[in-house]
Design a protein around this ligand. Structure first.
Ligand code: ZN
Length: 139
């Protein structure tokens, strides 16, 4: 995955990560925010979106602990993690790697989600060879 091979929209997203900024696309028609950014709006299908910055804060919607097939050693170098759906404060939902969720803490986090409590997360950018990767971490 080389930067020059990516589409401009993906490139700006990754360049943002290098600078600690989180770039999203906002729909000119309905105002929905696409993050990670897409060219068109997934909410209404409108083709015109514009750049905006999002805070990198949100809430955990759901998660699963990694099993033997999808447990990645390079991810573990940064701590214990799970895979989870995050809804950012600006409204877009996507699946990310979530740090701070351990097997021990998982039942309590699951109970909080079931009870409708907000489980806050924030963006955590990790270094990969040649690029930055966006993950999230429990607040
Ligand atoms: Zn829209």
């Amino acid at each position: 995955m080389k930067l020059e091979m990516m589409e401009p929209i993906v490139k700006k997203f990754y360049e943002g990560l290098e600078q600690g900024k989180f770039y999203a696309r906002k729909c000119k028609e309905c105002g929905a925010v696409e993050f990670p950014p897409h060219l068109a709006c997934n909410a209404c299908g409108y083709h015109e979106t514009e750049w905006c910055e999002v805070s990198g804060h949100g809430r955990l919607v759901d998660f699963t602990l990694p099993g033997p097939q999808n447990d990645k050693p390079y991810l573990k170098e940064n701590g214990k993690y799970a895979y989870g759906a995050v809804e950012i404060d600006e409204g877009a939902q996507y699946t990310y790697v979530i740090y701070g969720i351990t097997k021990k803490k998982a039942p309590a986090i699951r109970a909080a989600l079931m009870a409708g409590e907000k489980v806050g997360v924030h963006a955590k950018v990790i270094d990969r060879p040649g690029y930055k990767m966006l993950t999230f971490e429990l607040d």
